[in-house]
Design a protein. Structure first.
Length: 212
């Protein structure tokens, strides 16, 4: 999975709670029943009480500057390039969600979930939270959102990787119901092993393809 959470997490590790290969820092929502936006679209009316107006929504091209800055801040290596971020925004096998207000404004955090056709398992590739917002609950909200998105697309399991030395991230995921299923040796750029975790997701009615 992701790096981590923390500040980032890609299969990486970011929140210092997250997990991307080589990095180290490591998104309850409801589906809009009458949304013309398609099945995968989550209600975007929920705001963080700490920051009125901030919501978790699908990333748009106007968010690229904020996403790129968050990558630089959160991950020492294995960063997603701007071109990759742009592709992920519209890719059918990815859900790139941001905690932000209007497109083009500050991006306080993001979550990236990857899907594989025909698989019941989704992968939490990254969760990253801006340094100025850590401790405000963004990591918890982004993780809950990632689980809701994966379940809404019909996936039954969410899986991730986290650095073995990222004790904060490990405690975070275990407290959220993730169970250890294995290890990947020398997974990160510095030779650190990754611990593999997964969580069974609550079943929900599969969502249709989202709009924009």
């Amino acid at each position: 999975m992701p790096r981590g959470v923390a500040a980032g997490n890609h299969g990486r590790d970011g929140f210092v709670a997250g997990s991307r290969r080589g990095a180290a820092t490591a998104r309850i929502l409801e589906f809009c029943p009458d949304s013309a936006s398609t099945s995968r679209r989550l209600c975007e009316s929920q705001s963080f009480w700490q920051m009125p107006g901030v919501k978790i929504r699908y990333a748009k091209d106007a968010d690229l500057d904020g996403l790129e800055g968050l990558e630089r801040q959160s991950f020492a290596s294995d960063r997603l390039a701007r071109r990759s971020l742009r592709r992920l925004i519209s890719h059918p096998t990815a859900a790139l969600r941001v905690a932000a207000e209007e497109p083009g404004g500050p991006v306080h955090g993001y979550g990236l979930v990857l899907f594989r056709k025909g698989s019941s398992v989704a992968r939490l590739y990254s969760i990253a939270v801006a340094a100025r917002q850590r401790g405000a609950g963004f990591g918890r909200q982004l993780l809950a959102d990632a689980e809701a998105v994966a379940a809404g697309r019909g996936h039954r399991v969410l899986r991730l990787e986290v650095r073995e030395d990222n004790r904060g991230a490990i405690r975070f995921y275990e407290a959220k119901g993730y169970r250890l299923i294995g290890r990947r040796e020398a997974y990160y750029a510095d030779g650190m092993d990754a611990l593999r975790y997964e969580k069974a997701l609550a079943r929900t009615r599969p969502a249709r393809r989202r709009g924009n």
